[in-house]
Design a protein around this ligand. Structure first.
Ligand code: SF4
Length: 184
């Protein structure tokens, strides 16, 4: 069992915060330790909680379309969430839950060592860049503690405002270019 598989096993058995009482199952994430790029969302929703996989609801379908648009599919990337268990009624995760769960994400990133981390939405972004606004920095690479963070809007938000959808598509369109520039 490699490091990522060990973390997955720990997440599935975790009872470190109250969310374990209301989840159907934990959602550790998808992808392998050789992924060059990691996408990070907030927390599982109802569909994810039911199936144990990240981004499998409506927002996940849009994520798949966006990946396809840049010649990627799920097999070539990793998809994670900051919080691994669904908050009831999709309420925002509490500080204590974020604190209890955060080490899993850090360990997953250490195991994968991605070239690029794409944060999906404000919540994910502020875990790495607490002092910035997503409206100001989306589509701009941020260097944080030796990591490259690329903030984009959350696919679920894109359903509500067409301007965010356009920005999301445009920002995704730059991912290949950014990855190519990292190979030089
Ligand atoms: Fe454990 Fe994270 Fe689930 Fe809380 S949300 S029970 S810390 S895996």
């Amino acid at each position: 069992m490699n490091a990522l598989e060990t973390i997955t096993k720990e997440i599935r058995a975790c009872t470190a915060c109250d969310l374990h009482e209301t989840r159907s199952q934990a959602v550790p994430g998808s992808g392998t330790s050789d992924a060059q790029i990691v996408f990070i969302g907030e927390a599982p929703g109802a569909q994810e909680d039911k199936r144990g996989l990240p981004f499998v609801g409506q927002a996940g379908k849009l994520l798949d379309q966006l990946l396809e648009g840049i010649g990627l599919d799920r097999d070539r990337v990793a998809i994670l969430n900051v919080i691994k268990c669904r908050p009831p009624d999709n309420r925002p995760p509490r500080k204590s839950e974020i604190a209890a769960c955060r080490h899993f994400l850090e360990r997953q990133l250490d195991a994968i060592q991605p070239q690029l981390i794409v944060t999906l939405g404000r919540f994910s972004l502020v875990q790495f860049c607490p002092d910035v606004s997503i409206t100001q920095v989306h589509g701009q690479v941020q260097r944080v503690d030796g990591r490259l963070i690329y903030p984009v809007y959350h696919p679920a938000a894109a359903f509500h405002r067409s301007v965010w959808r356009q920005a999301l598509e445009k920002d995704f369109g730059r991912i290949s270019e950014i990855l190519a520039s990292l190979q030089k």
